[in-house]
Design a protein around this ligand. Structure first.
Ligand code: OMP
Length: 313
């Protein structure tokens, strides 16, 4: 099951992190842009430059991290070429043995959710007996706000095609409490209720480590809620964004892990892919060495989390 593969890969690499390829053309160093833009500055060339940047980051980290998360919004900005770049990035990451999370945050009424599930997790029917994958990802992110009929097609696709989900439960953004922390009449917050539902929705796809292929997104920026959800959601793996650029520390995310050091995979995007521009690394690495800075920052992140885990014991 894909959740077992994610757990096994992060245990083998001793690294419960995922690198986010939220690549903007502004992050691509001049020496790459110059080469692609020599023959014309347009979306196609921008996407080719972004793909080269992504491949270099993947080459630099695939031996130390278990997964990458590719955020679709940064590719949709480039229309047709962006979608191709998303797909080419996903396929390249998979060819390097990485697990790929497509951060697409989809959902709709049941019938439309079914089409999204087909697009990202299943196979698109083309003609008699002919069906093909539109995208090549292992997990996607999903929004739960429409309730179970909007989620069921995704869960069914997980069962049929051995894929996984991370469903938004408590998001990392500053105003997430406006909706998610609202306390209902029975004294529970919306995020706790959604957490309970996610735990139920995933009960038919539990793998050998006791965790479901239906996971949850819980932001690192809310350590108290992370702890409460870890206690309430015994079978749900967490994707934890917010480390690095959004200000959360290793101490903040530690609440997402269980007593065996499993249960969570921590995402960082900008702090890794833009590491070469940071005060921390810009003196050590030239822009041409952006991928080495990314590797160093990925190693620091892994070590930072490992140290926080040891301190917690
Ligand atoms: O689903 C997500 O991945 C997600 C959920 C959430 O609550 N907060 C959050 O930041 N994310 C994503 O995680 C990434 C965070 O990026 P950085 O802040 O650059 O590390 C972005 O791709 C966000 O879209």
């Amino acid at each position: 099951m894909i959740i077992d593969k994610l757990i096994e890969t992060s245990v083998a690499k001793q690294n419960p992190t995922v690198i986010g390829l939220d690549t903007r053309i502004e992050y691509v160093p001049e020496h790459i842009k110059r080469r692609y833009f020599a023959s014309g500055i347009d979306m196609k060339m921008a996407c080719e430059a972004i793909l080269e940047f992504n491949r270099s980051i993947i080459d630099a980290v695939y031996d130390i991290v278990p997964a990458v998360k590719i955020q679709m919004a940064y590719y949709e900005m480039y229309g047709f070429y962006g979608i191709k770049c998303f797909n080419d990035t996903a396929r390249y990451a998979k060819s390097k043995g990485l697990i790929v999370i497509g951060d697409v945050k989809r959902n709709d009424i049941g019938a439309t959710a079914q089409a999204y599930a087909t697009a990202y997790l299943g196979q698109t029917f083309i003609d008699d007996g002919v069906a093909q994958n539109a995208f090549d990802v292992d997990f996607i992110t999903v929004n739960p706000y429409l309730g179970f009929d909007g989620i069921k097609p995704f869960v069914d696709a997980c069962k049929a095609y051995d894929k996984g989900l991370f469903i938004l439960v408590k998001t990392s953004n500053p105003s997430s409490g406006q909706v998610q922390d609202v306390v209902t009449r029975d004294g529970k917050s919306i995020y706790q209720i959604v957490g309970q539902l996610v735990e139920e929705w995933g009960q038919d796809v539990i793998g050998q480590f006791g965790y479901s292929a239906v996971g949850a997104v819980v932001g690192a920026t809310y350590p108290e809620q992370l702890l409460r959800l870890r206690q309430d959601m015994k079978h749900t793996y967490f994707l934890v964004p917010g480390y690095g650029a959004q200000g959360a520390s290793a101490e903040d995310i530690i609440n997402g892990f269980d007593e065996h050091g499993l249960g969570a995979i921590v995402n960082a995007s900008r702090s890794i892919i833009c590491a070469y521009k940071s005060d921390k690394w810009s003196k050590a690495f030239k822009p041409e060495e952006f991928y080495q800075a990314a590797r160093c920052e990925a190693i620091d992140m892994r070590n930072d989390i490992a140290t926080a885990m040891i301190m917690k014991r």
